[in-house]
Design a binder for this molecule. Structure first.
Ligand SMILES: Nc1ncnc2c1ncn2[C@@H]1O[C@H](COP(=O)(O)OP(=O)(O)O)[C@@H](O)[C@H]1O
Ligand SMILES: [Mg+2]
Length: 342
């Protein structure tokens, strides 16, 4: 008999996130979503909420600091995942700004607990707290009160029969040292880094109890569909049957070059063709793709510099129109390697 407790893993509905998490979010887990303002925390939380919430799993979304809920909703409604039909019955918003402005932390705690008991949600979100450090920097009194409050809130959130999320404006450096880490079952860190001159969004699973999650930082993008993650993974090592035998040479489409190469390029290898502008790189590439097409093998051409109209010669054009070759084109300045590969 298998005595292991099988914790129910819920798929999050966020493209790529379940791969990062090692399956999904475990039921009744307490999770922290951390990151600087604008890093995508509220968007990620909403995307998960709209994917998981329904009549049998209701969601409570508490807004605390920052933008008033109406303003937040206006922005969130622009995402495709936003489903107004779920709001009120399955998803309810509670604004705690007034309670908190009074500075009465224990009152806020009681209010949250009361709302949770009354609505019996399967999902609870609290969005969001400025970091304790930031409050201290601003000379705010009651830092230890706030710290105690967040710790206490975290402890309560772990005790509810719900999957819970605390969203916090933490700078990357503070995350690991934050005392909330010890009570959290899961911790996701979001950031928006500048690499070269481009801005690249990164997500990192700092912690996910009991799950073999992926390590390291993974690129993600936000568009009208919300968050999409491109997990950084090694391609599978298994070789296609034709690649496991002795190296097979394949024709490049240029007989003289094949003769110089001892029969062509070794199948499955990567070759780099370099040369100045006008030296024949695209012509050579086109010949290779055309030779593949003649032998019934489809090709892919990815281009980054030129637009397709400049790149395409008549032969390449015919290959693409004939569906023998697929064109992957990108002119974006901020693409990551993972995104291009995907
Ligand atoms: N349609 C969109 N396309 C691309 N990026 C978007 C879109 N909508 C919002 N964003 C990005 O998402 C960010 C907002 O994320 P948000 O979840 O509010 O962050 P946080 O809650 O961490 O402060 C914006 O700063 C913007 O860069
Ligand atoms: Mg936010």
């Amino acid at each position: 008999m298998n005595l292991k407790v099988q914790l129910g893993l819920q798929p999050t509905g966020v493209p790529g996130l379940d791969t990062l998490l090692g399956g999904g979010l475990s039921e009744f887990s307490f999770n922290v979503i951390a990151g600087a303002p604008g890093s995508g925390k509220t968007t990620l939380a909403h995307q998960i909420m709209f994917a998981l919430a329904g009549p049998h799993k209701k969601a409570l979304f508490f807004t605390v600091l920052g933008e008033p809920p109406l303003k937040m909703l206006r922005y969130q409604q622009q995402y495709r995942f936003f489903d107004i039909d779920k709001v009120d019955d399955s998803i309810r918003y509670v604004n705690l700004a007034d309670d908190l402005r009074a500075g009465d932390f224990s009152g806020v705690l009681e209010r949250i607990t009361r709302e949770v008991e009354a609505f019996s949600p399967g999902l609870v979100f609290v969005d969001s707290f400025h970091s304790v450090v930031q409050m201290a920097r601003n000379g705010n009194e009651g830092v230890s009160d706030l710290q105690y409050f967040i710790q206490e809130l975290g402890t309560r959130m772990t005790s509810w029969q719900a999957t819970t999320f605390l969203i916090g404006e933490y700078a990357t450096a503070e995350i690991e040292a934050n005392p909330i880490m010890t009570v959290a079952d899961g911790m996701l860190a979001l950031s928006n880094d500048i690499v070269g001159n481009s801005s690249v969004r990164k997500m990192r699973v700092v912690k996910m109890r009991g799950q073999a999650h992926l390590l390291g930082a993974h690129t993600f993008r936000i568009d009208e569909h919300g968050v999409k993650i491109y997990p950084r993974m090694l391609p599978p090592l298994a070789l296609a049957p034709h690649q496991s035998g002795p190296s097979v040479r394949i024709a490049t489409g240029c007989a003289e070059l094949d003769a110089m190469l001892g029969g062509g390029l070794p199948r499955g290898h990567a070759a780099m063709v370099v040369g100045p502008s006008g030296s024949g790189k695209t012509i050579l590439g086109t010949a290779f793709l055309a030779e593949g097409a003649r032998q019934g093998e489809r090709g892919v051409i990815a281009c980054f510099q030129k637009d397709a109209a400049h790149l395409r010669n008549a032969e390449l054009d015919a290959l693409i129109r004939n569906d023998d070759v697929i064109l992957v084109q990108s002119r974006s300045l901020d693409l990551s390697v993972e995104e291009v590969l995907a």
